[in-house]
Design a protein around this ligand. Structure first.
Ligand SMILES: [Zn+2]
Length: 490
């Protein structure tokens, strides 16, 4: 399988480092507000990766996606995420709830949508607040090895000490310093040094979640939890990155992932020569999504949630389909029209699946035709090529078009039907877009349809009509096809 590695910016052959299990870490949400469709597009991408590695690559996967239930300062959009007010505390105060209540509320909503979008369950969903001991020990180690220093308001990572900073994003230190918009904190050695720990003092006096540490009461910076938790969960082996693949949204590349790399790199300096990165071998990112050709922003009110889509009558799986119909490295533009297109395309596949399963093939297998061609192989090849889902979908739709003609003309054989069913099964093991309860045809209806077919074959048309009406009364329509029947729910 070829995957595009943001680190190095090229496609590379992927094999898990231990040849068995792919270790994957995905940056999860900060639970002080609702997850929006941009976040979900990124998680759908991570789910696609996990499923493809399992179903197509044939590897095992250990997948971790965290929940940030602490901190996150408000001004991260202009700097390294370490100025401004603690967002969890801000929301808690605004909503008159404790940070734990805020976190639990948004976690519940997040997990509900996670399920509705059919995202695979990760193996572990660590919460930052449960790893405070590891986080503090990690920071302490960096202080003791002189990669970090204490100031009056916190502990900062000294970027000058980490020469390879900027490898992932291309934001080298010298470029950052020109054009800096960051407020100067007098205590910091360089304006770009980022916070590992913030002290609960002065402007942060209102922080509601604080922990005891060697630097007094405080709370962790934004980036440290991912370095600390991935190391604790996956373990560190000498001269090897901790993870096979680290994923996130394009917006995570800088500063978040760059800072994660610096932290873990500084903790294991002996690993830094090894592909320049002690944390992860591959870095993969889902490109931003736009809404009506515009960036999502609070002021434009286009931070749609899954709830907004279902309120308009869409199935969350329509959105899942839409996201997967665009390559993850292509910018996706969300519009209601595009979502409608995805709904129609998805229904076509569901219809086809039902039609295929209900079709009774012409049993005399003496027909020669070259259908189906090697769709499954082509499909696998598309996924293997950096998860090319639009191409894979194209193969599916082409196949359906041809198969529909074959069904219409009664040319599909039992063997071909089985092959197509296996192909759709493979497709759905990755895309997972069928409804929760497929419209299974009750055994009773099938029995009546078969009786009717028999009556017709015996030229007992009166009995056949009676049975047709009985089936109609039960809410199903039976349609004649050569030597068989099709059933459709009314
Ligand atoms: Zn992270």
């Amino acid at each position: 399988m070829q995957l595009y590695n943001t680190l190095g910016r090229k496609k590379q052959e992927f094999t898990p480092m231990d040849n068995k299990t792919a270790k994957i870490y995905t940056c999860g949400p900060t639970v002080y507000l609702y997850a929006h469709i941009g976040n979900w597009a990124s998680f759908i991408f991570a789910d696609l990766l996990v499923r493809s590695l399992k179903k197509i690559g044939g590897w095992k996967v250990k997948w971790v996606t965290n929940i940030t239930d602490v901190g996150h300062l408000t001004e991260d959009d202009v700097g390294m995420g370490d100025t401004g007010e603690d967002k969890m505390s801000k929301t808690a105060r605004k909503e008159g709830r404790s940070p734990e209540e805020v976190a639990n509320f948004y976690i519940e909503d997040y997990l509900k949508d996670w399920k509705r979008l059919r995202l695979s369950e990760p193996d572990i969903r660590p919460k930052a607040t449960k790893y405070m001991k590891e986080i503090i020990a990690f920071v302490d180690k960096l202080v003791h090895t002189n990669y970090a220093y204490e100031t009056s308001d916190g502990v900062y990572f000294e970027l000058d000490k980490f020469q390879s900073y900027g490898t992932l994003s291309g934001n080298k230190l010298e470029n950052l310093q020109a054009g800096s918009r960051i407020k100067i904190n007098e205590d910091k050695k360089s304006p770009h040094d980022f916070a590992l720990w913030k002290k609960a003092i002065k402007q942060h006096a209102k922080a509601l979640q604080t922990w005891d540490s060697p630097w007094g009461k405080g709370f962790p910076g934004w980036h440290i939890e991912c370095s600390a938790m991935s190391e604790k969960i996956f373990g560190h082996q000498k001269n090897k990155p901790i993870l096979d693949i680290h994923t996130g949204g394009e917006d995570h590349i800088f500063p978040h992932h760059e800072c994660e790399i610096a932290q873990t790199g500084a903790r294991h300096p002996e690993t830094n020569d090894f592909c320049g990165n002690a944390l992860s071998k591959f870095w993969m990112h889902r490109k931003f999504i736009m809404v009506d050709e515009e960036k999502m922003s609070k002021s434009k009110g286009n931070f749609y949630r899954v709830e907004d889509l279902t309120n308009e009558g869409y199935d969350p799986l329509d959105f899942r389909y839409l996201v997967l119909s665009v390559h993850y490295r292509t910018q996706m533009n969300f519009t209601w029209k595009a979502l409608e297109g995805a709904r129609v395309a998805r229904l076509k596949i569901i219809d086809f699946w039902q039609r295929l399963n209900q079709f009774i093939p012409y049993q005399k297998d003496n027909m020669k035709n070259d259908f189906p061609r090697l769709q499954a192989e082509d499909f696998v090849e598309a996924i293997n090529d950096d998860l090319n889902t639009p191409k894979a979908l194209g193969i599916l739709h082409d196949t359906m078009r041809e198969a529909n003609i074959m069904i219409e003309k009664q040319l599909l054989t039992l063997e071909q039907q089985k092959q197509l069913q296996a192909f759709i099964g493979l497709f759905n093991s990755i895309f997972d877009i069928f409804p929760d309860q497929p419209e299974n045809i009750p055994v009773e209806i099938h029995k009546l349809a078969k009786e009717r077919l028999l009556a017709k074959q015996n030229r007992d048309y009166e009995q056949a009509d009676k049975l047709r009406n009985k089936i109609l009364d039960l809410g199903w329509e039976v349609r004649d096809v050569k030597d068989g029947y099709e059933l459709r729910k009314l």
